[in-house]
Design a protein around this ligand. Structure first.
Ligand code: ADP
Length: 190
């Protein structure tokens, strides 16, 4: 069983790499973004609460995402190992995840930062918006700027949180998809 975190700004390729790992290593991808979008699509009370926040590019509250991750982790398909994609996104979430992992008697095998050239990211995300079948209201240039600033203000501080504990490893996210995937597999010893 392998549990890992992928960290990187919007457009870094977390989702792409998570899907590759899911397919090749049989791990379960847990994307908080996808889970929240599913709540919105289903019109649940939680979906209604987060809809406008997400569309604006801001982060939803720690309590909400910690709660959905806690519930999701208890489901049987997570026993095969989990790829956290888009979580944790704040230091409070990182601390909560450490506690959850310890309480469940599990181990975090790797925390991987996908390092990218942000000047090139904008183009990547906007291209995704133009070519993707499912339109995301937050894949718009102004909202993307907000998502990037939320990343710098709230998510980037989790890098030193993991780095000081010697847990952070980096891959070059500007390489082709397959090469990034092989860097990750090497870190995981696969
Ligand atoms: P991307 O990977 O492109 O940045 P996501 O699909 O991961 O986007 O997330 C989209 C939006 O969902 C975020 O901008 C935020 O509003 C919300 N969200 C997702 N995960 C979290 C989280 N862990 N904490 C707070 N908000 C989150």
């Amino acid at each position: 069983m392998i549990n890992l975190i992928l960290i990187g700004p919007p457009g870094a390729g977390k989702g792409t790499q998570a899907r590759i790992l899911e397919e090749r290593l049989g791990l379960q991808q847990l994307s908080t973004g996808d889970m929240l979008r599913a709540e919105i699509d289903a019109g649940t009370p939680l979906g209604l609460r987060v809809k406008d926040i997400m569309a604006s590019g801001a982060l939803v509250s720690d309590d909400i995402v910690i709660d959905i991750i806690r519930k999701r982790m208890a489901e049987p398909d997570c026993a095969k190992g989990v790829i956290f994609d888009g979580f944790p996104r704040t230091v409070a979430q990182a601390r909560a995840l450490d506690e959850m992992i310890i309480d469940a008697g599990l181990k975090l095998n790797a925390v991987i930062q996908i390092v990218v050239d942000e000047a090139k990211l904008i183009g990547r995300v906007l291209e995704r918006a133009n070519t993707s079948a499912e339109k995301r209201p937050d894949d718009d240039p102004d909202v993307l700027k907000k998502r990037l600033s939320a990343y710098h203000a709230q998510t980037a501080p989790i890098l030193p949180y993991y780095e000081t504990a010697g847990r952070l490893q980096k891959v070059d996210g500007m390489q082709p998809i397959e090469f990034v995937a092989s860097q990750i597999k090497t870190i995981l010893g696969r």
